[in-house]
Design a protein around this ligand. Structure first.
Ligand SMILES: Nc1ncnc2c1ncn2[C@@H]1O[C@H](COP(=O)(O)OP(=O)(O)OP(=O)(O)O)[C@@H](O)[C@H]1O
Length: 254
């Protein structure tokens, strides 16, 4: 399997606080990898460093062989790494369909003049963008809501729209920050199937932060455990579930 992401020695300091301290992880194409750990362990900070929200204090991040640590977020997403946030971030006043079209804009192979002149290339890109938007609406069961304002969707639907919006940008790596938070058991089951479908049929890799252990254990190919910013253990779900340090960290939290 070819390597997609390689993170080593990732460190993030906020003044005197070392929120992330020497985290390492690797991911292959078509893999679901999870980062778990108690509250405040540094998981979201790792995401913020990988996705260009923070400039890491130290360490290297390679995506498809290219060093990306410190690049701004829009460049990283153009390279094919896109993310969701712990709290839903949609254009609430726009329709569901518009949210999907806007997401693709930065990736469309067009320029201002082509748009002004409506060149054949521009029209084709527009048509493909629309087709892709409808494809993803169908995938996440939102077709009937295409013209509704995104802010009027139910919470679980908004979360699905966020994933569709990321996918419309055609990433190689999708990063999901607590996608099951606030979902009911049926919605979580649907999310479980969707994430596996993304890996198996859409060819993307998914990096997941999640507190729902059933979901994590069900779908992960590999799990990294962090505690107080530091790597604690990693392995497949069975290895992690029975790792004494992991059990201690979670029992300590309880
Ligand atoms: N911008 C920031 N400035 C200062 N401290 C921060 C900042 N962002 C995160 N931290 C601190 O870094 C530590 C790790 O936080 P982080 O949000 O990454 O943890 P987490 O594992 O994602 O937690 P949770 O599971 O609760 O979401 C915490 O102590 C947090 O207060």
């Amino acid at each position: 399997m070819s390597e997609l992401l390689n993170v080593s020695g990732l460190t993030m300091r906020f003044g005197g606080l070392v929120a992330v301290d020497g985290v390492a992880l690797t991911m292959a194409e078509r893999q679901i990898v999870s980062i778990i750990g108690p509250n405040g362990a540094g998981k979201t900070t790792v995401f913020n460093c990988l996705s260009g929200f923070y400039r890491p204090s130290g360490g290297t991040v390679r995506f498809r062989g290219q060093a990306i640590a410190g690049l701004p977020g829009h460049k990283i997403s153009r390279l094919g790494m896109v993310r969701t946030f712990q709290h839903v971030r949609l254009f609430r006043e726009m329709t569901v369909l518009e949210n999907l079209l806007v997401a693709q804009h930065a990736h469309l192979n067009t320029n201002f003049l082509a748009g002004l002149l409506k060149t054949p290339g521009f029209r084709r890109a527009e048509r493909e963008g629309l087709e892709r938007a409808h494809y993803w609406l169908e995938k996440v069961n939102l077709t009937e809501f295409a013209n509704r304002a995104a802010g009027n969707l139910a919470y679980g639907q908004q979360r699905r729209l966020e994933i569709a919006r990321c996918m419309a940008a055609r990433p190689a790596l999708l990063m999901l920050d607590e996608p099951a938070a606030g979902l009911n058991p049926n919605e979580t089951q649907e999310l479980n199937r969707l994430i596996q479908d993304l890996r198996d049929n859409e060819g993307v890799s998914v990096l997941l932060i999640e507190h729902d252990m059933k979901l994590v254990m069900d779908i992960s190919d590999h799990i990294y455990v962090v505690n107080q910013g530091r790597p604690l253990a990693d392995g497949d779900p069975d290895a992690v579930r029975s790792h004494p340090d992991v059990i201690n960290a979670y029992l300590g939290e309880a």
